[in-house]
Design a protein around this ligand. Structure first.
Ligand code: 6GU
Length: 234
Protein backbone atom coordinates (compact mmCIF):
# COMPACT_ATOMS: atom_id res chain seq x y z
CA UNK A 1 0.00 0.00 0.00
CA UNK A 2 1.32 3.39 -0.98
CA UNK A 3 0.01 6.40 0.95
CA UNK A 4 0.53 10.02 -0.07
CA UNK A 5 -0.59 12.44 2.64
CA UNK A 6 -1.24 16.10 1.82
CA UNK A 7 -1.02 18.38 4.84
CA UNK A 8 -0.07 21.85 6.05
CA UNK A 9 1.57 20.26 9.11
CA UNK A 10 3.95 17.53 7.95
CA UNK A 11 5.88 17.50 11.24
CA UNK A 12 2.82 16.11 13.03
CA UNK A 13 3.35 12.78 11.27
CA UNK A 14 6.98 12.27 12.25
CA UNK A 15 6.39 10.51 15.55
CA UNK A 16 3.20 8.73 14.59
CA UNK A 17 4.73 6.58 11.87
CA UNK A 18 8.18 6.05 13.32
CA UNK A 19 7.35 3.38 15.88
CA UNK A 20 5.82 -0.01 16.35
CA UNK A 21 3.63 -1.67 13.73
CA UNK A 22 3.70 1.07 11.08
CA UNK A 23 7.46 1.45 11.37
CA UNK A 24 7.90 -2.30 10.87
CA UNK A 25 5.46 -2.32 7.94
CA UNK A 26 7.48 0.42 6.25
CA UNK A 27 10.76 -1.38 6.97
CA UNK A 28 9.36 -4.60 5.49
CA UNK A 29 8.37 -2.67 2.35
CA UNK A 30 4.67 -3.50 2.84
CA UNK A 31 3.65 0.15 3.03
CA UNK A 32 5.24 3.41 1.98
CA UNK A 33 4.07 6.75 3.35
CA UNK A 34 4.85 9.99 1.53
CA UNK A 35 4.12 13.30 3.26
CA UNK A 36 3.58 16.35 1.07
CA UNK A 37 3.43 19.91 2.41
CA UNK A 38 0.56 21.68 0.65
CA UNK A 39 2.35 25.00 1.25
CA UNK A 40 5.03 23.87 -1.23
CA UNK A 41 2.36 23.92 -3.95
CA UNK A 42 1.23 27.49 -3.33
CA UNK A 43 1.14 29.61 -6.47
CA UNK A 44 2.71 32.68 -4.85
CA UNK A 45 6.27 31.80 -3.96
CA UNK A 46 6.70 34.84 -1.72
CA UNK A 47 3.91 34.46 0.82
CA UNK A 48 3.04 30.83 0.12
CA UNK A 49 -0.60 31.64 0.73
CA UNK A 50 -2.81 28.58 1.21
CA UNK A 51 -5.99 30.10 2.67
CA UNK A 52 -8.51 32.80 1.82
CA UNK A 53 -11.83 34.28 2.96
CA UNK A 54 -15.01 32.38 2.11
CA UNK A 55 -17.53 33.81 -0.35
CA UNK A 56 -20.73 34.51 1.55
CA UNK A 57 -18.98 36.17 4.44
CA UNK A 58 -18.81 33.32 6.98
CA UNK A 59 -16.23 33.61 9.76
CA UNK A 60 -12.88 31.86 9.38
CA UNK A 61 -10.72 30.92 6.43
CA UNK A 62 -10.84 28.23 3.75
CA UNK A 63 -8.05 26.34 2.05
CA UNK A 64 -7.60 27.79 -1.44
CA UNK A 65 -8.21 25.42 -4.36
CA UNK A 66 -5.05 26.00 -6.45
CA UNK A 67 -2.40 24.64 -4.02
CA UNK A 68 -4.64 21.65 -3.28
CA UNK A 69 -5.14 20.88 -6.96
CA UNK A 70 -1.36 21.11 -7.56
CA UNK A 71 -0.54 18.90 -4.58
CA UNK A 72 -3.12 16.30 -5.66
CA UNK A 73 -1.72 16.43 -9.20
CA UNK A 74 1.80 15.81 -7.85
CA UNK A 75 0.59 12.82 -5.82
CA UNK A 76 -1.32 11.45 -8.83
CA UNK A 77 1.77 11.89 -10.99
CA UNK A 78 3.89 9.93 -8.51
CA UNK A 79 1.44 7.03 -8.78
CA UNK A 80 0.82 7.35 -12.53
CA UNK A 81 4.56 6.87 -13.04
CA UNK A 82 4.15 3.37 -11.59
CA UNK A 83 0.90 2.66 -13.40
CA UNK A 84 -1.48 3.25 -10.47
CA UNK A 85 -4.50 5.48 -10.11
CA UNK A 86 -5.07 6.46 -6.45
CA UNK A 87 -8.25 6.78 -4.43
CA UNK A 88 -8.40 10.30 -2.98
CA UNK A 89 -9.68 10.50 0.60
CA UNK A 90 -10.57 13.83 2.22
CA UNK A 91 -10.58 13.85 6.03
CA UNK A 92 -13.47 16.07 7.17
CA UNK A 93 -16.00 16.05 10.03
CA UNK A 94 -18.66 16.17 7.29
CA UNK A 95 -17.49 12.82 5.88
CA UNK A 96 -18.75 9.25 6.27
CA UNK A 97 -18.07 7.91 9.77
CA UNK A 98 -15.00 5.68 9.58
CA UNK A 99 -15.73 2.08 10.55
CA UNK A 100 -13.99 -1.24 9.97
CA UNK A 101 -15.98 -1.83 6.77
CA UNK A 102 -14.63 1.38 5.21
CA UNK A 103 -11.14 0.45 6.49
CA UNK A 104 -11.43 -2.98 4.81
CA UNK A 105 -12.54 -1.35 1.55
CA UNK A 106 -9.66 1.14 1.57
CA UNK A 107 -7.16 -1.61 2.42
CA UNK A 108 -8.00 -3.24 -0.94
CA UNK A 109 -6.70 -0.21 -2.87
CA UNK A 110 -3.06 -0.11 -3.85
CA UNK A 111 -2.61 3.65 -3.57
CA UNK A 112 -4.34 6.22 -1.34
CA UNK A 113 -4.00 10.00 -1.38
CA UNK A 114 -5.13 11.43 1.95
CA UNK A 115 -6.03 15.09 2.09
CA UNK A 116 -5.98 16.75 5.52
CA UNK A 117 -8.24 19.76 5.90
CA UNK A 118 -7.54 22.74 8.15
CA UNK A 119 -9.34 25.96 9.01
CA UNK A 120 -13.03 25.90 8.06
CA UNK A 121 -12.41 23.37 5.31
CA UNK A 122 -11.58 23.41 1.61
CA UNK A 123 -13.10 24.88 -1.53
CA UNK A 124 -16.01 22.64 -2.63
CA UNK A 125 -14.72 22.46 -6.20
CA UNK A 126 -11.73 20.39 -5.01
CA UNK A 127 -14.12 17.93 -3.37
CA UNK A 128 -16.37 17.74 -6.43
CA UNK A 129 -13.55 17.30 -8.89
CA UNK A 130 -10.86 15.29 -7.12
CA UNK A 131 -12.16 13.60 -3.97
CA UNK A 132 -13.45 10.00 -4.11
CA UNK A 133 -14.49 9.63 -0.49
CA UNK A 134 -14.91 11.99 2.48
CA UNK A 135 -14.18 10.42 5.87
CA UNK A 136 -14.75 11.55 9.47
CA UNK A 137 -13.46 9.71 12.54
CA UNK A 138 -16.26 10.70 14.91
CA UNK A 139 -18.77 13.27 16.03
CA UNK A 140 -16.42 15.72 17.72
CA UNK A 141 -14.35 18.63 16.50
CA UNK A 142 -10.61 18.38 15.82
CA UNK A 143 -8.37 21.19 14.62
CA UNK A 144 -7.57 19.45 11.35
CA UNK A 145 -7.51 16.22 9.39
CA UNK A 146 -4.00 15.19 10.47
CA UNK A 147 -4.92 13.10 13.52
CA UNK A 148 -7.80 11.47 11.60
CA UNK A 149 -5.35 10.70 8.75
CA UNK A 150 -3.02 8.98 11.23
CA UNK A 151 -5.94 6.91 12.51
CA UNK A 152 -6.86 5.92 8.96
CA UNK A 153 -3.29 4.99 7.97
CA UNK A 154 -2.92 2.91 11.15
CA UNK A 155 -6.23 1.07 10.69
CA UNK A 156 -5.57 0.35 6.99
CA UNK A 157 -1.95 -0.71 7.55
CA UNK A 158 -3.03 -3.33 10.12
CA UNK A 159 -5.01 -5.09 7.38
CA UNK A 160 -2.19 -5.29 4.82
CA UNK A 161 -1.15 -8.96 4.52
CA UNK A 162 2.12 -9.59 6.34
CA UNK A 163 1.94 -6.51 8.57
CA UNK A 164 0.60 -8.29 11.64
CA UNK A 165 2.22 -11.46 12.90
CA UNK A 166 0.22 -14.08 14.79
CA UNK A 167 1.10 -12.21 17.97
CA UNK A 168 -1.23 -9.30 17.22
CA UNK A 169 -3.46 -10.87 14.60
CA UNK A 170 -6.36 -8.77 13.32
CA UNK A 171 -8.77 -11.67 13.83
CA UNK A 172 -8.95 -11.12 17.57
CA UNK A 173 -9.33 -7.33 17.41
CA UNK A 174 -12.52 -5.66 18.53
CA UNK A 175 -14.75 -4.94 15.51
CA UNK A 176 -13.11 -7.56 13.29
CA UNK A 177 -16.10 -9.85 13.78
CA UNK A 178 -18.36 -6.85 14.30
CA UNK A 179 -18.30 -7.31 18.10
CA UNK A 180 -16.26 -5.74 20.89
CA UNK A 181 -13.59 -8.07 22.24
CA UNK A 182 -13.90 -9.99 25.52
CA UNK A 183 -11.86 -9.08 28.63
CA UNK A 184 -8.24 -10.29 28.72
CA UNK A 185 -6.00 -11.28 31.61
CA UNK A 186 -2.31 -11.98 32.05
CA UNK A 187 -0.18 -13.00 35.04
CA UNK A 188 -0.26 -12.87 38.02
CA UNK A 189 -3.20 -15.20 38.68
CA UNK A 190 -4.23 -13.02 41.66
CA UNK A 191 -3.69 -9.23 41.43
CA UNK A 192 -4.66 -6.94 44.33
CA UNK A 193 -6.91 -9.69 45.63
CA UNK A 194 -8.72 -10.25 42.32
CA UNK A 195 -8.41 -13.61 40.54
CA UNK A 196 -8.39 -14.35 36.84
CA UNK A 197 -11.74 -15.98 35.88
CA UNK A 198 -11.62 -19.70 36.71
CA UNK A 199 -12.48 -20.89 33.20
CA UNK A 200 -9.35 -19.27 31.71
CA UNK A 201 -7.17 -21.34 34.04
CA UNK A 202 -9.00 -24.58 33.24
CA UNK A 203 -7.15 -25.40 30.02
CA UNK A 204 -10.52 -26.47 28.56
CA UNK A 205 -10.41 -24.80 25.15
CA UNK A 206 -14.05 -25.28 24.15
CA UNK A 207 -15.22 -23.78 27.45
CA UNK A 208 -12.77 -20.90 27.08
CA UNK A 209 -14.02 -20.08 23.56
CA UNK A 210 -17.61 -20.29 24.80
CA UNK A 211 -16.86 -17.89 27.69
CA UNK A 212 -15.06 -15.44 25.40
CA UNK A 213 -17.93 -15.43 22.91
CA UNK A 214 -20.48 -14.91 25.69
CA UNK A 215 -18.47 -12.03 27.23
CA UNK A 216 -18.00 -10.47 23.84
CA UNK A 217 -21.76 -10.53 23.19
CA UNK A 218 -22.52 -9.26 26.72
CA UNK A 219 -20.15 -6.30 26.45
CA UNK A 220 -21.35 -5.43 22.96
CA UNK A 221 -25.01 -5.60 24.05
CA UNK A 222 -24.26 -3.35 27.03
CA UNK A 223 -22.03 -0.75 25.34
CA UNK A 224 -22.78 -0.87 21.63
CA UNK A 225 -26.16 -2.49 20.95
CA UNK A 226 -26.06 -0.80 17.54
CA UNK A 227 -23.24 -3.19 16.53
CA UNK A 228 -25.35 -6.29 17.27
CA UNK A 229 -27.84 -5.35 14.55
CA UNK A 230 -25.07 -5.43 11.99
CA UNK A 231 -23.22 -8.44 13.41
CA UNK A 232 -23.56 -11.67 11.45
CA UNK A 233 -22.13 -14.78 13.15
CA UNK A 234 -18.37 -14.82 13.61
CL1 6GU B 1 -11.68 13.96 9.62
N1 6GU B 1 -11.45 16.37 10.70
C1 6GU B 1 -11.68 17.27 11.68
N2 6GU B 1 -11.17 18.49 11.55
N3 6GU B 1 -12.37 17.00 12.77
C2 6GU B 1 -12.86 15.76 12.87
C3 6GU B 1 -12.67 14.77 11.89
C4 6GU B 1 -11.95 15.12 10.80
N4 6GU B 1 -13.28 13.65 12.30
C5 6GU B 1 -13.83 13.94 13.47
N5 6GU B 1 -13.58 15.20 13.82
Amino acid sequence: MLFDILTLFPAMFEGAFSDSIIKRAVEKGLVSIGIRNIRDYSSDARHQTVDDYPYGGDAGMLMKPEPLASAIAAARERFRAIGKSPTVVYMTPAGRLLDQNIVKELAKRETLVILCGRYKGIDQRIIDKYVDIEVSIGDYVLSGGEIPAMALVDAVTRLIPGVLGNMDSAETDSFHSGLLSHPQYTRPEVFEGVSVPEVLLSGHHANIREWQKRKSLEITRERRPDLLDRHCGD
